[in-house]
Design a binder for this molecule. Structure first.
Ligand SMILES: [Fe+2]
Length: 712
C-alpha cells in the first residue's frame, strides 16, 4: 500500500531548466566581475584623459565605476548562490587586498584608497546578506518540514482509510481476498504501459484499490453464495458500482475514486452496467480497471473453480477485446502477460496456498504431488530427502519416491477426468525410484542403471526395500522432443531417456511417491543450455511436413518462431501461397502462421543479425514494438466469414490454405492476406528505401507446406 514519494515529470523538467538558468546567470555575473576588475586595474593606472561633452575627464576616474560594477556582481552572486556564492565572493574580495595594498604602499597611488574602503563595505554587505539568507532559509525549512509532515499525515490517513475500506470489502467476500490490492497493482501497470505520468498512475492505483467498495452495501449471503445467483440476487450485486459511487463521491478531493468505482463494469460495446456507457464515453480510468479486474478474477481461485492458466486468460482477453474491453487497454494487458513469462502476477497469490507443500506426505500411491517443475534445455537439479512414513509402522515396508512427467496448462498433475480435460493434462509417463517405469503418452522410455561401475539395464535390483530414508539428487533436462532424467542416490545412478510425443509443448516433473515422506526439496537450474546432442536419441523426430515440398522446403515450427522458411526476396506483386496446419500441441488463437519482413546483407534470416521490419501474424494481433528503420500500420477487419475464435482454432488445426501478397510503392511495402474472415493490410514504411527486403514464413506450432512463390 505504501506508495513511493514521487516528483512529477513537469516538476523534474522545471528543476532542470531552473538549474540551466542558474548556471548561465552565474557565469554571466562572474564574467562581468572579472571584466570589471580588469578594467578597474587598467583604468586606475592610466594617465590618459577622455573628452565627455566638451569636458576632459581623467581615465582613472572611471576606475571607481568598474570597481562598483564588479562588487555589485559579487553581491548578486551571494544573493542567488547562497553559501557557494558567499565563499566565492569573499575569496575574490580578499584576493584583491594584496593588489590594493601594493598599489597604495609600494606604488603610492592614493587614488586606490576609496577602493580599499569600498572593498571593506562590500565584504560587510555580503556577510549581512549571507546571514539574512541563512535566516530566511531556516524559516523556510521549518515551514517545509511542517507542511511535509502535514502532507505525510494526510497521505497516511488516506492510505489507512483506503486500507480499512479494502479490508472491509475483503472480509465480506471469502474468495476475493487480496483482489482489490491486485487490481490496483495491475491497473497501475497498465497505466504505466499506456505512458501515463506518475501522478496519473497513482490515481489509477487508488481508484483500482477502491473499485469494489460498493460491495459493502450488498448482502453477505449474496456475495458468498456458492451456487448460481437468482435474477434478483444478480440485480442486487449489480448495484455495487452505484453504492461505490455514492460512498466515494463525497471525497471531492479525489474525484477519480468514485469514477473508477462507478464505471468499472461498463462494457466497451455498451452492454455493461450501471449506465450502459459505450466506447470512449466510459472514463479511461474505468476501462483500465475493467481489464485489471477481469484479469484478476480469472487468475484467482473461486469457489467453483481453480485459477485459470495464464495463456487461457490471455486468450479470453483477446476474444473479448473490442466487445467487453477497450481494445487499446486489452492489447496492453496482453503485452504485460507476454512479459510475465514466469506467471508471477498470479503466483504471488498461490505461493501461500502451496507453502504447506514443500514437504510431501504420500501415504497412498500419488497421495500428494508437488507442483510441476518445468524442464528446459538448461539442466535443472533437484535435491530431496525421502523416508518411509512413520505412520506405516515399519521402515522395511515399500517406500518408493516417484517422478511424474506431464504437461498441463497450469503446470500441475490432474487426476480428475474433467479438470484434466479442461487443463489439457497429458501424462508422458512415471518413473519410480526403484527402477520401474510406466510409459503413458511418451513415445518411448529407456532406462539404464550405473551401480558402482556395474552397468545394469532396466533393473534397480539392489534397492527394492527402502532403508530408513535416503537423500536423492535429480538432474533433468529437455531438448526438443527428448528429455533426460538422472536420479542419484548414495550408491547408484539411474539414467532415463524419454522420447516425448511429436512437438510436446511443455514437460513438467511432479514429485510424488508411495509411503514416503519427501522433504528438504531444493531446486536450482543452470543458465547454460546443454549441447544439441547431449541427450542420446531413442526415437526419430516426428514430422508433419513429410509431404512434397513446393518451391522452397516445407517447415515445421514447433514453438513461437522457433524456426522459419527460406527467405523470399520481396518484389512488387509477389504472391506466396502455402498450406498451414496447427500442430497437435497448438491450442490457442495465436498458434498460427506469421510473416517476418526483414533485411539482411546475405539474404539469410539470422535473428541476431537481420534487421526486422515487421512481424505480421495472421490472427491480426500486433504490438507496436520499436522496429529499427521501419514504421508499421496494421489494419484488421473481420469479414462475415469470421465465425468465432473457437472456430478459427478448429479450422487452423484442420489445415488452411493461405495466400499473402506484397506491393511495393516507393519506400512502402503493403502486405495483404485474408484467412478465415480475418483480413489484414499491413503498411511498412522503410526509411532509406526498399533494398534487399525479404519475407520469411514462420509460426507458433504450425506445419507450413507446399509453399509456392508467384512473382508478378
Ligand atoms: Fe466490481
Amino acid at each position: 500500500m505504501q506508495k513511493q514519494d514521487y516528483v512529477s515529470e513537469d516538476a523534474r523538467k522545471a528543476q532542470a531548466s531552473e538549474k540551466q538558468r542558474s548556471i548561465v546567470i552565474f557565469v554571466l555575473l562572474l564574467a562581468i566581475h572579472i571584466a570589471s576588475s580588469v578594467f578597474t586595474f587598467i583604468a586606475s593606472r592610466s594617465h590618459d584623459v577622455i573628452t565627455i561633452m566638451d569636458n576632459t575627464v581623467p581615465v582613472p576616474a572611471f576606475a571607481g565605476v568598474f570597481f562598483n560594477i564588479s562588487n555589485i556582481c559579487l553581491i548578486f552572486i551571494v544573493v542567488w548562490f547562497k553559501k557557494k556564492g558567499f565563499i566565492l565572493s569573499l575569496s575574490l574580495l580578499l584576493f584583491q587586498f594584496p593588489i590594493l595594498y601594493y598599489g597604495m604602499i609600494v606604488q603610492k597611488i592614493m587614488a586606490i584608497l576609496p577602493g580599499f574602503f569600498g572593498n571593506f563595505v562590500t565584504i560587510a554587505a555580503i556577510i549581512v546578506i549571507y546571514r539574512r539568507n541563512k535566516k530566511i532559509e531556516n524559516y523556510q525549512m521549518i515551514e517545509i518540514t511542517y507542511l511535509t509532515r502535514q502532507q505525510r499525515f494526510s497521505q497516511r490517513l488516506f492510505e489507512q482509510t483506503a486500507k480499512a475500506l479494502v479490508n472491509a470489502i475483503d472480509a465480506k467476500d471469502a474468495y476475493s481476498h487480496g483482489h482489490s490490492m491486485r487490481v490496483a497493482e495491475y491497473s497501475e501497470k497498465i497505466a504505466r504501459e499506456l505512458g501515463k505520468s506518475d501522478e496519473e498512475c497513482e490515481k489509477i492505483y487508488y481508484a483500482g484499490l477502491l473499485h469494489d467498495v460498493g460491495k459493502i452495501g450488498i448482502d453477505d449471503q449474496i456475495i458468498n453464495k456458492k451456487g448460481k445467483l437468482t435474477d434478483e440476487e444478480y440485480e442486487a450485486i449489480k448495484q455495487h458500482p452505484v453504492y461505490g459511487n455514492q460512498i466515494l463521491s463525497s471525497i471531492s478531493e479525489y474525484p477519480y475514486l468514485s469514477i473508477g468505482a462507478h464505471h468499472h463494469h461498463e462494457r466497451y460495446d455498451g452492454r455493461g452496467y450501471p449506465d450502459k456507457l459505450k466506447g470512449e464515453d466510459i472514463p479511461e480510468i474505468a476501462r483500465i480497471i475493467a481489464v485489471a479486474d477481469a484479469y484478476d478474477a480469472m487468475t484467482s481461485t473461486r469457489s467453483y473453480r481453480d485459477a485459470i492458466p495464464q495463456q487461457s486468460v490471455r486468450e479470453e482477453i483477446v476474444k473479448n477485446s473490442g466487445t467487453q474491453f477497450d481494445p487499446r487497454v486489452a492489447k496492453v494487458m496482453q503485452h504485460i502477460i507476454d512479459l510475465d513469462t514466469e506467471y508471477v502476477m498470479k503466483e504471488r497469490s498461490t505461493v501461500q496456498e502451496l507453502s504447506g507443500n514443500s514437504e510431501l506426505s504420500c501415504s497412498d500411491y500419488r497421495g500428494e504431488i508437488s507442483e510441476g517443475i518445468l524442464l528446459s534445455p538448461c539442466m535443472t537439479s533437484i535435491s530431496m530427502l525421502s523416508k518411509p512414513l512413520e505412520s506405516s509402522g515399519t521402515s522395511e515396508s515399500y517406500s518408493i519416491p516417484t517422478i511424474i512427467l506431464f504437461d498441463s496448462l497450469d503446470g500441475r498433475v490432474h487426476m480428475d477426468e474433467h479438470t484434466a480435460k479442461d487443463l489439457n493434462y497429458f501424462e508422458y509417463g512415471e518413473i519410480r525410484f526403484d527402477g520401474k517405469y510406466i510409459c503413458a503418452g511418451a513415445r518411448k522410455i529407456h532406462t539404464s542403471i550405473h551401480n558402482n561401475g556395474i552397468h545394469e539395464e532396466h533393473h534397480f535390483r539392489t534397492k527394492k526395500k527402502a532403508s530408513g530414508g535416503d537423500s536423492y539428487r535429480i538432474e533433468a533436462v529437455r531438448f526438443e522432443d527428448h528429455a533426460l532424467i538422472r536420479i542419484f542416490d548414495s550408491t547408484k545412478t539411474m539414467e532415463v531417456v524419454v522420447a516425448l510425443p511429436d512437438s510436446a509443448r511443455f514437460c513438467y516433473i511432479g514429485l510424488t511417491g508411495e509411503n514416503c515422506f519427501i522433504s528438504n526439496v531444493h531446486i536450482s537450474a543452470s543458465e547454460t543450455p546443454v549441447a544439441d546432442d547431449y541427450i542420446p536419441r531413442i526415437a526419430e523426430k516426428v514430422t508433419y511436413i513429410d509431404v512434397p515440398a513446393g518451391d522452397i522446403p516445407n517447415v515445421q515450427v514447433d514453438g513461437y518462431r522457433r524456426t522459419s522458411s527460406e527467405p523470399i526476396p520481396i518484389t512488387d506483386g509477389l504472391r506466396i501461397d502455402f498450406h498451414s496446419m496447427s500442430l497437435p500441441t497448438a491450442r490457442l488463437i495465436w498458434h498460427c502462421p506469421y510473416f517476418v519482413l526483414f533485411h539482411s546483407a546475405n539474404g539469410k534470416f539470422d535473428a541476431q543479425k537481420a534487421v526486422e521490419y515487421a512481424l505480421i501474424r495472421i490472427d491480426g494481433e500486433t504490438w507496436d514494438d520499436e522496429k529499427s528503420g521501419a514504421k508499421n500500420e496494421l489494419e484488421v477487419d473481420k469479414t462475415s466469414e469470421f465465425i468465432s475464435w473457437d472456430e478459427w482454432k478448429r479450422r487452423n488445426k484442420e489445415g488452411i490454405d493461405c495466400s499473402v501478397t506484397f506491393k511495393i510503392e516507393g519506400d512502402t511495402i503493403i502486405t495483404e492476406t485474408e484467412n478465415l474472415g480475418v483480413k489484414l493490410k499491413n503498411t511498412t514504411v522503410i526509411s532509406g528505401g526498399v533494398k534487399d527486403v525479404y519475407v520469411t514464413l514462420t509460426a507458433d506450432q504450425c506445419a507450413l507446406t507446399n509453399i509456392r512463390i508467384r512473382k508478378a
